[in-house]
Ligand binder design. Structure first.
Ligand SMILES: *[C@@H]1O[C@H](CO)[C@@H](O)[C@H](O)[C@H]1NC(C)=O
Length: 440
């Protein structure tokens, strides 16, 4: 081993492996001084992205000091048509068993076609996956025969993982959308793969990536803790079925920031078992907006708490910020803040729906419900595409508690005054709240 290489190796050992994963935490000046018309456009969202902190640079240095495993060296062709699944699996196996930090490199300027694939942990050392080129999903549904049809790429039980690189993950979802029961009612409702799933992980960073045309959801975090997600650009047609942008389930301490999400379903969805979730500087639309839930389907006990959505712009979405729960469920959604939000022609800008029903049969009133409490909407401004700008449809048996509106100003897109619908809720209002009177 050369002296220089030895030095680099020593350096890599001396430097902390994952320094300050909380470094992405950003504070946004909220409160009354926040500008009326937020300037979060696609370009400004991207421009705002910080050029990299000291830790970031240190980490890149570490990256170049760590061993690089190029998928090309494991036989990946990257010609967009050859099947590169085996090569990726071999590169992962080598990386995961390495006793020093490793970077798995997916080179720029190439498109690597993959069938369903699982990258399993635990691994011996921290791994960085640098996706610089494109990863393209196989467009043959038969490649999922015998595999879990809900998954395309899965990282399972990998701790201290970092996925980055500026490249693209293309779900090639058109063939799946065509057979979705939401598009063609003659088809059975069978579900389709999430492009990228992280399951049972700790200390994960996902940054600087593009996702497009996922088969179903774009990126899912399930049973993960301490996750930093930033600088993602996610796009799929507004009419593509169930193509949520970022889906968080059963996870804690998740921070999502500086991302632009334009798809056919929820921009960000946060579901059961999730706690301490923040989303900052997010642009959504088209799509269904930022959603907590649905919770409590089929009588389930579901809990979500401590969610902060701060600084978001919703453009032409069906909902703005939403909490949705089914009748008959148990559990709670509580301690939730939506602040510094701009609505641009959104159908239901603010909505709490405890009578959510996404079933062909009507759901009917039931005795139990997921309790919704401690929800604040602060500095929410802009336009509603419909007359009802705020919709609080709470359960009779378990009414919404502690719902606060502070400095809310919503008008209809045509300029006419908007309305607030209220059922089984008492609202606390501070500052200027427009529209102010509840109708039921
Ligand atoms: C609203 O406040 C009134 C008066 O305090 C109370 O009687 C009623 O039960 C409250 N309703 C809800 C849904 O909390």
């Amino acid at each position: 081993m050369g002296a220089q290489k030895l030095l680099l190796l020593l350096l890599a050992l001396v430097l902390p492996l994952r320094p300050g994963d909380s470094q992405h935490e950003q504070t946004f000046s909220g409160g009354p001084s926040f500008p009326t018309s937020l300037d979060i456009t696609e370009s400004s969202a991207v421009r705002k992205l910080s050029p990299g902190t000291t830790n970031e640079r240190r980490r890149s240095t570490l990256g170049s000091a760590s061993t690089v495993r190029n998928v090309k060296d494991f036989g990946a062709r990257g010609d967009g048509s050859s099947d590169d699944t085996k090569a990726f699996a071999a590169a992962w196996k080598a990386a995961c068993s390495s006793s020093a930090p490793v970077t798995v490199l997916v080179p720029e300027g190439k498109a690597y076609r993959l069938k369903p694939i699982t990258f399993s942990g635990p691994c011996k050392s921290p791994i960085t996956v640098a996706i610089k080129g494109t990863i393209l999903a196989s467009g043959r549904m038969s490649d999922w025969d015998g595999a879990d049809r809900r998954l395309w790429m899965l990282f399972d039980k990998v701790d201290g993982l970092r996925v980055e690189g500026g490249g693209t993950i293309d779900g090639n979802g058109q063939v799946w959308w065509k057979v979705s029961c939401k598009v063609d009612s003659a088809q059975p409702c069978k579900g389709a793969p999430t492009a990228l799933t992280f399951q049972s992980c700790r200390g994960l960073t996902v940054t600087d990536l593009k996702f497009k045309n996922s088969q179903q959801m774009h990126v899912t975090f399930s049973k993960c803790a301490n996750v930093r997600i930033s600088r993602l650009t996610i796009s799929a047609p507004g009419n593509s079925p169930n193509t949520d942008g970022i889906h968080v389930s059963g996870s804690t301490d998740v921070k999502i920031s500086d991302s632009v999400i334009r798809t056919g379903d929820d921009c960000i969805s946060i579901v059961s078992g999730s706690r301490s979730i923040t989303a900052t500087n997010i642009v959504c639309g088209p799509g269904h907006g930022i959603s907590i839930g649905s919770l409590g389907a089929n009588g389930a006990e579901h809990t979500v708490s401590d969610v902060l959505v701060d600084t978001a712009r919703l453009e032409g979405t069906t909902n703005g910020v939403r909490i949705k729960t089914w009748q008959g469920g148990k559990g709670y959604a509580r301690n939730i803040i939506f602040r510094n939000i701009v609505m641009d022609n959104v159908k239901n800008p603010i909505i709490i729906d405890q009578n959510y029903c996404d079933s062909p049969k009507s759901c009917g009133e039931q005795k139990s419900a997921v309790a919704v409490s401690g929800v604040t909407f602060q500095n929410v401004r802009g336009t509603s595409a419909t007359a009802v700008a705020m919709d609080f449809d709470c359960s009779r048996t378990v009414p919404c508690r502690g719902i606060t509106l502070k400095d809310v100003h919503l008008v209809t897109a045509s300029g006419a005054p908007a309305k607030t619908f209220c059922r089984n809720v008492n609202l606390s209002k501070y500052g200027t709240v427009v529209p102010s009177t509840c109708s039921s």
